[in-house]
Design a protein. Structure first.
Length: 277
């Protein structure tokens, strides 16, 4: 659909400037239907994974489990999380290499702080709220770098999630989707989230499903409007079409049966009128 739209723009522009005199052939091509995958983790699985991320397992794979928890607590996309820095970049060149950074004073548990995403999918800056459990995980991760020699190499990185591939360390680069392949497989196996599709085992939980689970949870507790704004959607239409939210069911309600005493008032008025006569 995206390729078709691009070609259509080329033909339309050419027609407008008299470079092409024929009809736009893209109008004769049928578009692929859009399949909205409206799924999420169950509340039990969500809580089990968060407990795991915040438990003893965090000591062994702190970066990956912080990523997983971040998806469930903020709804950020994978690409938005991978390139995060601890601090704001000082130059434009550094800024171009990252997806965002933490606001100064982020480690103060009593102050409300946010994550700064300077270039999101819709090309607008967005500042998702940094909730207390995420602050605690970031603090724990930061301490891990100072106290565990196996992770001290990360102190040379400006990124929260520096890159590792095949046991090699790249402190000057941030992680990417390929570096998460193996740990995601392991996480899905641990929590019984592998499903068979066309004879192959696939992951149920991905960073995208973490985002969808966050939106569904936010919509359930705070409403669709708040959930939509929490992940920088352009409007609630996108949220309703692509995420499981308690929307349609909310319209199926009955009015509460509150009987009034109107009938008794009318009866009393008639009786009083008879007495006067």
């Amino acid at each position: 659909n995206n390729v078709l739209a691009l070609l259509s723009v080329v033909y339309t522009w050419s027609e407008m400037h008299n470079f092409y005199m024929g009809n736009n052939p893209c109008k004769q091509v049928m578009k692929y239907p859009k399949n909205a995958h409206r799924i999420k983790l169950s509340d039990d699985k969500r809580q089990q994974i968060l407990d795991y991320c915040e438990g003893k397992a965090h000591d062994y794979t702190p970066h990956f489990l912080t990523l997983v928890a971040m998806g469930l607590y903020t709804g950020c996309r994978g690409l938005e999380m991978y390139g995060l820095r601890w601090e704001e970049p000082k130059t434009e060149a550094e800024k171009e290499k990252c997806s965002g950074w933490l606001e100064p004073g982020w480690d103060n548990l009593e102050e409300k702080k946010r994550i700064v995403l300077w270039d999101t999918k819709n090309r607008k800056e967005f500042r998702p709220f940094l909730r207390k459990p995420m602050k605690e995980l970031f603090i724990r991760l930061r301490k891990k770098l100072y106290n565990d020699k196996n992770f001290s190499w990360c102190l040379n990185s400006v990124y929260i999630f520096p890159k590792t591939r095949f046991k090699q360390q790249f402190p000057l680069e941030h992680t990417d989707v390929y570096a998460q392949t193996y740990p995601l497989h392991a996480l899905n196996e641990k929590f019984g989230l592998k499903v068979e599709i066309n004879g192959k085992l696939k992951n149920t939980y991905t960073m995208k499903i973490g985002r969808k689970t966050f939106v569904s949870k936010a919509a359930e507790e705070q409403g669709v409007e708040i959930a939509s704004r929490s992940v920088n959607h352009s409007d609630t239409k996108v949220t309703r079409e692509h995420y499981l939210v308690p929307d349609k069911e909310d319209l199926e309600f009955e009015f509460k049966d509150k009987k009034t005493n109107v009938e008794n008032i009318d009866k009393h008025r008639i009786e009083k009128s008879k007495k006067v006569k």
